[in-house]
Design a protein around this ligand. Structure first.
Ligand code: SAM
Length: 588
């Protein structure tokens, strides 16, 4: 049964029908509910009171229109999971007196708390969606009617945006009471909210103070659960108690990562991995983040399976390094340093329908199967993440048009020098103009990004940023032209094929793989980033590999890919790498 678009049990409906008929005003009803159930401000105003009174007498059992709740990251915790989380806290000897559920939804956590904890004095729930506020209140009534002898803490469910809620006010009221912050904040990112034109964001939407470039590369993308968690830690880190929130794994990682700067007074940070498919029917890695408040700041997190409680790994900060597996990192940490070569991200054009071409019977065809006539000069072989499967790549399935040699370069020259290319691009100008990203605003026609001298290096060693394969590819020129990569890939470029091959051998070594596994998070959207790859100290890595091993690898590559590489330049390669630490390297 539903009232105010909220589920309501028969018991509560029958109770309210009778109760509201005998209440003269909303103030009178609020006082009676406070006396009987300790729920504060059950009715926010007289309207709510009148409407509910009418509604319960004419309960609407028909189905109600479902709203699009995507901007609210709405994944309600099922009752069983809420109970299991609470049971888990009981095993940890937690017995809270004050409880805060920052985005309480339909209230399943609040009911699990009322059912299990006897010492609670106050419960605060906050929720932005009014029907859920009602559903929480109805569920609490139902629980208290069914369990008349249960503990009755003072309960306040507030209908508001959590970013407008004054947690500092509650913080001031708490003295020595034990606090529990519990819940499951919204699973939605700021960029998703941006695409929905939603205002469901913290007031400073760029709350991590990241710049425009970070926003462009995705670094500025954060989950609003993260900003809610940080807001709570800001307000309550100095109180005795604990925090237990269901969040995406990326949120746990970011919170531990941010500990280096924020140094919140939280310890015993733990992550309990849940099966999100089973619990929420979504394919997002998520976990229960648990920590104790008011302890000396901790910089690492122990990871467990939520169901078996078996320990998996520990991750976090080791001195000044952030690592995904502290035990494994210790075995490989000597290669954690600064890469002597600068890793670059590939080309971004956001116009694959027009810019990605295939060569069919001597002419080009785009994604819409249009046959196109183009001059060859601006057309280059193009690789995407899915193409980086082999150790050596000499040819490409796709091609792209490189309209600029550096970012922001004027593109008028295309009209004069390459009329066919120009006419194709102009014919499809609407596709370029429809590109949403602000990076293209005010830039020359057909602009691309991730382009520079480095893009034209003939020999490249590349890896996909998206795939969990710890495998690098050597990319060789095609028809004497360098092959380009898209922006899901990262690469280093060389003028000498020997240097590229030596780098490839180092990067595909078991030591590199073990090191990368110990510092990357396989559930990240981008497993590899420029920051991660720049940590590969190839000079130290070269010292861990014997000359004999390098030579054996070269022989294998020569035989398999018909190359003609010798080890004769190995020593000069190592010498040339060293000056980079003083920023003098001239390999690019
Ligand atoms: C992932 S659901 C979890 C609900 C509840 N905590 C639970 O565990 O079942 C997130 C909840 O946050 C609410 N929400 C989203 N944005 C909010 C905001 N800015 N302020 C308060 N609540 C919000 C949604 O309506 C939704 O009920």
């Amino acid at each position: 049964m539903r009232v105010f678009e909220a589920n309501i049990s028969l018991q509560v409906c029958a109770f309210l029908k009778d109760f509201l008929n005998n209440s003269s005003s909303f103030e009178n009803a609020n006082q009676k509910i406070l006396d009987a159930f300790s729920i504060n401000r059950f009715f926010e105003n007289s309207d709510d009171f009148q409407v509910l009174k009418k509604s319960v007498s004419l309960v609407d059992t028909s189905s109600v229109e479902e709203f699009d709740r995507s901007e609210y990251g709405d994944f309600q915790t099922n009752k069983d999971l809420a109970n299991k989380v609470v049971q888990h806290l009981i095993k940890k000897d937690i017995s809270p007196e004050i409880v805060i559920e920052p985005t309480c939804g339909k209230g399943n956590f609040i009911i699990a708390l009322l059912s299990n904890f006897k010492a609670i004095k106050k419960v605060y729930g906050i929720e932005i969606y009014k029907p859920y506020v009602w559903e929480t209140k109805f569920s609490i009534l139902d629980f208290l009617l069914s369990n008349p002898d249960s503990n009755k803490p003072e309960i306040t469910i507030t209908h508001c945006n959590v970013f407008d809620f004054d947690f500092k006010d509650i913080s001031k009221q708490i003295q020595l009471e034990k606090l529990l912050i519990i819940g499951n904040p919204p699973w939605v990112t700021n960029s998703k909210l941006g695409s929905l034109n939603s205002s469901n964001l913290p007031s400073k939407s760029n709350f991590k103070n990241q710049n425009g470039l970070d926003a462009m590369t995705g670094k500025g993308n954060f989950d609003i659960a993260e900003s809610i968690s940080l807001m709570l830690l800001d307000a309550f880190q100095n109180h005795n108690g604990s925090l237990a929130l269901l969040v995406k794994n990326s949120v746990v990682k970011n919170i531990v990562f941010d500990q280096k700067d924020k140094r919140y007074r939280v310890g015993e940070i733990e992550k309990y991995c849940i099966d999100s498919k089973k619990e929420f029917n979504v394919s997002v890695e998520a976990a229960l983040l648990y920590c104790q408040l008011n302890l000396a700041p901790s910089f690492e997190c122990d990871e467990f399976d939520f169901y078996s409680l078996s320990k998996k790994i520990s991750f976090g900060w080791l001195n000044s390094k952030f690592v995904s597996n502290l035990a494994d990192y210790n075995q490989t940490k000597e290669i954690d340093g600064v890469c002597p070569f600068e890793w670059r991200q590939g080309i971004k054009h956001d116009c694959s329908a027009i810019m990605e071409l295939e060569r069919v019977n001597g002419h080009f065809v785009n994604n819409q199967s249009d046959e196109i006539k183009l001059e060859e000069d601006l057309v280059y072989g193009f690789l995407k993440s899915s193409d980086l499967k082999n150790a050596v790549i000499k040819s490409t399935r796709k091609h792209t048009i490189i309209t600029q040699t550096k970012v922001g370069q004027e593109t008028l020259y295309i009209q004069h020098l390459y009329p066919d290319t120009y006419s194709y691009l102009m014919k499809n100008i609407s596709n370029f103009k429809a590109r949403k990203s602000s990076i293209y605003k005010g830039k020359p026609l057909f602009s691309i990004f991730g382009i520079g001298d480095y893009s034209f290096k003939p020999y490249k060693v590349a890896i996909s940023g998206l795939y969990k394969t710890y495998h690098f590819s050597l990319v060789l020129p095609q028809n004497n032209k360098p092959i380009m990569l898209d922006d899901t890939c990262y690469f280093i470029g060389f003028d000498k094929i020997e240097y590229a091959v030596y780098s490839l051998i180092l990067l595909n070594s078991s030591k590199t793989e073990a090191f990368l596994k110990s510092i990357t998070f396989s559930d990240a959207k981008r497993v590899f980033t420029k920051d991660i790859l720049m940590r590969l100290d190839l000079v130290n890595l070269a010292n861990t590999i014997s000359r004999f091993e390098v030579e054996t690898q070269i022989i294998n590559l020569n035989a398999k890919y018909n190359l003609d590489i010798s080890i004769s330049q190995w020593d000069s390669f190592i010498n040339d790498m060293k000056p980079m630490k003083e920023n003098q390297l001239t390999l690019f």
